[in-house]
Design a protein around this ligand. Structure first.
Ligand SMILES: Cc1cc2nc3c(=O)[nH]c(=O)nc-3n(C[C@H](O)[C@H](O)[C@H](O)COP(=O)(O)O)c2cc1C
Length: 96
């Protein structure tokens, strides 16, 4: 398991939203890299990511957040598929 942590720097030229998004991209890249190597991988947060006892034990400072626990292993079965949203309901054309 890889724990991805963001350290947010208020007032930095990179807005905090983008600092967080960059960390999210790290989580996504880890998933893709693990899967490209033939592993199963899943991005989880759950209560532990937000629990002050857990974050203190991980050594996080007040400006740091757990963005994900990236679980990587050998899949024993295929992940079940689920119903996906219709892309046409989410995408539109911009008409100026
Ligand atoms: C930021 C983030 C946190 C997540 N945390 C959980 C979690 O705590 N528990 C859980 O069952 N799934 C969680 N998921 C979802 C699983 O990773 C999910 O199985 C995965 O996104 C599969 O995606 P799909 O079904 O959209 O393909 C989380 C996903 C993201 C992006």
């Amino acid at each position: 398991m890889v724990v991805v942590i963001a350290r947010l720097t208020p007032g930095h030229k990179v807005p905090e939203q983008e600092q967080l998004l960059s960390g999210g991209a790290v989580c996504f890249a880890l998933l893709q890299a693990a899967q490209a190597l033939g592993f199963g991988a899943q991005w989880l947060t759950g209560w532990a990511a937000y629990d002050p006892v857990v974050t203190a034990r991980l050594g996080l400072g007040p400006d740091e957040k757990v963005l994900g626990f990236i679980h990587i292993g050998t899949a024993s079965e295929d992940a079940p598929e689920r119903q996906r949203p219709d892309p046409d309901e989410l995408l539109g054309d911009w008409v100026p």
